[in-house]
Design a protein around this ligand. Structure first.
Ligand code: PLP
Length: 351
């Protein structure tokens, strides 16, 4: 079976070398050498000033909400993985869903202002599939209404807008390094900040709020281990090649599938995309299901990303309508990619 995602595994010898270092030092977790090395290398690779390696991409969002002292309403997108909404609820904030732009897939900035109330404190937007949110417009709105901005950049590893990191927008960006993501450390995530004060706060918050014998603030356990950092250090040198390979596969899809009346990726200009996903928008749900079935019966397992629309989750207290997102997930569309390590097949089925 070819699954929607195949995790990249580095040459095992390299990982074993790292394991031997762990055995030699006896240091397994708590800001060990490899965690610090990974943080330094990620900051350099991504072009960001401060990055904190944490245990997953969900705790990264939770810590971001805490560090910015967000309470009350958080404007967010219904078109994402459930972790985005769950993090807001878990921190006892209220998600206020603003519909997405049908072409960009991200939150529609034109609809944000009318959702702002006196209880609104933040915007939590997602660069879904690694496509950029409209960061300039969101920044202007946030300034006008004095709101904090968090980007869930779980899909946007290494993406650049106008030549600089997309992670440098907003107050905080969060990443996921889960095994299914473009760059992974098995489990893991990161928090990107821009000021030494915020970096210092997150550094404490992710380690129970204390450094050594000094106790500063309320914290949680968001640390990650040497074993996970070791995987990251083995995967990171290969990321450029992984992106290149995906890019050539995406280009092959674009060429083979043009003229079918199906909507594909719409990558903006001046944007360095990471080719983490290849979203395919079908004309009707029936078409989506037929293609899914055809692929399934040939041992290919694509997935509907994202489904359901998050404003319809059963445990929400209030119902908000987001017709574009609902249509994108339910009626007209959204299935996704294939991390195409095998590839001609999708093209053949769609013809
Ligand atoms: C994967 C993902 C997360 C959660 O990351 P974990 O590391 O699995 O906790 C959050 N948001 C989005 C958009 C994701 O795709």
């Amino acid at each position: 079976m070819i699954n929607v995602t195949k995790s990249y595994l580095p040459p095992i010898d390299e990982y074993i070398k790292r394991l031997e270092k762990i055995w030699a030092s006896g240091w397994l977790t708590n800001n060990g050498e490899m965690v610090l090395e990974l943080e330094a290398k990620l900051a350099e690779y991504l072009g960001v000033p401060y990055i904190h390696y944490v245990s997953n991409g969900t705790i990264a969002i939770q810590i971001a909400l805490r560090a910015l002292e967000i309470q009350g309403e958080v404007i967010t997108t219904p078109f994402s993985y459930v972790a985005t909404t769950n993090s807001i609820l878990w921190e006892h904030c209220q998600p206020v869903f603003v519909d997405i732009d049908a072409h960009a897939f991200c939150i529609d900035p034109k609809k944000i202002e009318s959702a702002i109330t006196e209880r609104t404190q933040a915007i939590l937007a997602v660069h879904v599939y690694g496509y950029p949110s409209d960061v300039e417009t969101i920044e202007a709105i946030a300034k006008k209404y004095n709101l904090k901005v968090i980007y869930d950049a779980a899909h946007a590893f290494g993406c650049k807008l106008n030549g600089s990191s997309l992670l440098n927008y907003g107050d905080i960006s969060t990443l996921s390094f889960h095994a299914t993501k473009l760059f992974h450390t098995v489990e893991g995530g990161a928090i990107v900040t821009h000021t030494p004060q915020m970096a210092d706060m997150i550094n404490k918050m992710k380690s129970f709020g204390h450094l050594g014998d000094e106790y500063y603030i309320l914290g949680v356990n968001g640390k990650n281990s040497e074993f996970h950092a070791a995987m990251g250090l083995c995967v990171l040198p290969n990321v450029t090649d992984i992106v290149k390979r995906r890019r050539s596969i995406c280009e092959m899809y674009n060429a083979e599938l043009s003229g079918l009346g199906i909507v594909f990726s719409n990558i903006p200009q001046n944007y360095d995309y990471n080719y983490a996903y290849y979203p395919v928008v079908f004309q009707a749900e029936a078409q989506l299901l037929a293609v899914k079935q055809a692929l399934n019966s040939n041992q290919v397992n694509p997935r509907r990303y994202f489904y359901p629309s998050l404003n319809t989750l059963p445990f929400l207290q209030t119902r908000q309508s987001c017709p574009v997102s609902r249509i994108l997930v339910l009626v007209y569309c959204a299935c996704l990619f294939m991390t195409a390590w095998r590839n001609r097949m999708l093209c053949e089925f769609l013809r």
